[in-house]
Design a protein around this ligand. Structure first.
Ligand code: DAH
Length: 353
């Protein structure tokens, strides 16, 4: 077979193989088979050197034409296959923008933490600052310096968690330890007054602990917010105005407040504050036990004896203090019927609402 015929045959075979290639990798296979180093056309081209001088020009020309034709066909087919590959990819990766999105559950801060911040904000707006103290506290700060006598029932083992040091030789006997889990945030008052000169305007949020069995109105661990003001000329009227403002901010302008005489060791006089019942509007219902009122906090004027423990001159300064349970306020504000629901891990308290 002459070289020219052989080249012609290569052209026909190559072109039909190119046409038959169904994707880019098959097409590349065809290119290698004909034009690659060991390709069949390359083989024919190599053979040209050994042709006689008369045959060479015609064969060389034909060889060139065949190579150009094959290259052109490869290029054209490449364009077609690349376009359809792209089309297939676009089709397979298409996003249907009309489908509804997948929503991910959004968490939020627990009701108690949010309400604690909300309460703090009200007082920060009045110029108070936040003060914190330890949850593992000394008996001195939790009771003694708060004018709570040694025989006060709150100190009993039945009410207070005492912390025993088991590492030492002389392990404390329960109840005789002077380290305890604070039963109230009031010790922060003492720690603050020890370190700071009046004027003092502080708010102290934090966890407190009591030996109570959990029931609808008790938890062994809960959150309190304590307030303390010490300045010249502070009167019960300041206390009343401040707490009335607080109650309106938390419960809304329609709720009424009242002050009832009470006793706390660290304040004199002392009072409890009630707000009108949000369920019955003050008419009297089961929630407020028929009274129309619900207690929200304890308060009073700082007892001069307490000033004695921290070296503040009671002739020059007076002050007021108050303390409230955040879980209790949450129940009243959001009509949660049982304190335990707040700590049961109910996800509804963590959803946005
Ligand atoms: N510490 C009190 C309690 O846990 C609440 C309280 C009452 C705090 C009167 C005060 C106060 O600062 O003045 O029941």
């Amino acid at each position: 077979m002459s070289v020219v015929t052989e080249l012609e045959e290569q052209r026909v075979l190559a072109l039909s193989a190119i046409e038959a290639a169904e994707d880019l990798s098959a097409l590349d296979g065809v290119r290698v088979a004909y034009l690659g180093k060991k390709g069949s056309l390359t083989g024919v081209l190599r053979g040209l050197g050994s042709l006689s001088a008369d045959e060479r020009p015609a064969a060389g020309k034909a060889a060139n034409e065949v190579r150009v034709a094959i290259e052109a066909a490869l290029e054209a087919r490449h364009a077609v296959l690349a376009a359809s590959a792209l089309e297939a990819r676009v089709a397979s990766e298409a996003v249907d923008v009309t489908l509804p999105g997948r929503s991910r559950p959004v968490g939020s801060r627990h009701l108690i933490n949010r309400l604690t911040s909300e309460i703090c904000e009200i007082f920060l707006g009045l110029g108070y600052r936040i003060a914190e103290g330890p949850e593992v506290e000394l008996d001195y700060y939790n009771f003694t310096a708060l004018n709570t006598p040694a025989d006060h029932p709150a100190r009993s083992l039945a009410d207070t968690f005492y912390v025993r040091d088991l590492s030492g030789d002389e392990a404390d006997v329960a109840g005789e330890s002077d380290v305890l889990l604070r039963t109230q945030t009031s010790p922060v008052q003492i720690r603050t007054m020890e370190k700071n000169e009046p004027p003092i305007y502080i708010l102290s949020p934090g966890r407190v602990y009591r030996r109570d069995i959990a029931d609808p109105s008790h938890l062994p661990q809960f959150t309190q917010v304590e307030g303390l003001v010490v300045d010249e000329g502070i009167t019960f009227a300041d206390l009343k105005g401040t707490l009335e403002h607080f109650a309106r901010e938390v419960f809304g302008p329609d709720r009424k407040t009242r002050f009832r005489p009470h006793f706390f060791p660290f304040t004199e006089p002392s009072a409890e504050v009630d707000v009108s019942c949000g369920i019955c509007g003050g008419e009297g219902c089961r929630f407020c036990k028929g009274t129309g009122w619900i207690e929200i906090l304890g308060c009073g004027m700082v007892d001069p004896n307490v000033f004695g423990y921290v070296g503040i001159d009671p002739e020059r300064y007076t002050g007021f203090a108050f303390g409230m349970g955040v879980e209790r306020i949450a129940c009243l504000k959001y009509n949660v019927p049982d304190l335990r629901m707040l700590v049961d891990g109910d996800m509804r308290f963590l959803r946005q609402f």
